[in-house]
Design a protein around this ligand. Structure first.
Ligand code: BEZ
Ligand code: FE
Length: 294
């Protein structure tokens, strides 16, 4: 095909995909090309702007390695991660809502017994967490695998510290026969997502801040139930309405009760402040559907 012009190029590119190796790939790439071309036409993209975009994506690639995932940050800050989460996690009312996974999960975090200190030396005020895993009918879910991870009071996950190999503020537990689990950690604080790279510069240029409201991450797996990936957000946080990655659901906001001193749920007396958090996680049964018409 010759003499391709601005009016014919979209259809001509799509025709080249006739022999795509799968119909799903063809469907996705057709849509990608249509939307990319529509975007360029819509804003009348200049050659200089096109090259700035190429340079930006090149920088995103260059800063990405096995510890720093700038492409996920880009997806998160553009709302794409939360959109994909919402599209893929429709559930019946009453189930705990899902939210973004984020880039700081680590496979094979250490396993802890209930009551253990998952903080493991992470900086922050002590926090005692009690949780319960149930199904939609209120049935306790025993032996669920509960992964928890969080930032320290300086706003960093353990994996963000150079040379750290030990887990701090992350671990896995199992729910007990009545579905409950409990552990000690540190009180969650709001923190900025990594913003010393191209995504941070993009946020600044757009007049946006990089902050996330204080939260704990949870991933809960139990046979017969759908995996739940979610957060619990701290009520009163000033960033609840402007989360840099659009992850807040009001149903996931809970009170971190602050105690100036006293006896924590594990029976230990404290003469300095600590907080307590209690949250129930309601899982959706596998194949239970969404409970909604769409
Ligand atoms: C997080 O909550 O860990 C997170 C989520 C999205 C981007 C950066 C961090
Ligand atoms: Fe986080």
């Amino acid at each position: 095909m010759q003499n391709v012009d601005e009016d014919t190029i979209t259809q001509i590119v799509l025709a080249r995909h006739a022999e795509a190796s799968s119909t799903r790939l063809k469907q996705i790439m057709t849509s990608v090309v249509q939307h990319l071309h529509a975007f360029a036409r819509d804003v009348q993209l200049s050659e200089e702007e096109w090259f700035q975009g190429i340079q930006f994506l090149t920088e995103v690639g260059h800063i990405t390695d096995d510890k720093r995932q700038e492409f996920i940050l880009l997806s998160d800050t553009l709302g794409l991660s939360m959109l994909v989460t919402a599209l893929n996690n429709r559930k019946p009312r009453g189930c705990t809502e899902s939210t973004v996974f984020g880039p700081f999960f680590v496979e094979d975090a250490p396993h802890y017994e209930n009551g253990a200190d998952v903080g493991n030396g992470a900086r922050g005020e002590p926090c005692f967490v009690t949780g319960r895993v149930t199904g939609l009918d209120g049935e306790p879910v025993a032996n669920a695998r509960v992964d928890v991870w969080q930032a320290d009071s300086d706003g960093f996950y353990d994996v963000q510290y150079a040379g750290t190999h030990e887990a701090h503020g992350r671990g896995t537990l199992r729910s007990q026969a009545d579905g409950t689990f409990h552990f000690r950690s540190i009180t969650a604080e709001s923190y900025p997502i990594p913003h010393d790279g191209p995504v941070g510069r993009m946020l600044t240029a757009l007049g946006r801040h990089p902050w996330r409201p204080a939260h704990l991450h949870f991933m809960i797996d139990a046979p017969g139930y759908e995996r739940l990936i979610t957060h619990v957000f701290r009520s009163g946080d000033k960033y609840l309405d402007s989360d840099a990655v659009f992850g807040v659901r009001s149903s996931l906001i809970a009170d971190w009760e602050r105690h100036e001193s006293g006896t924590s749920p594990d029976g230990i007396a404290h003469d300095s402040p600590f907080s307590t958090l209690d949250f129930t996680f309601v899982l959706n049964r596998v194949n239970a559907g969404t409970g909604r018409s769409r």
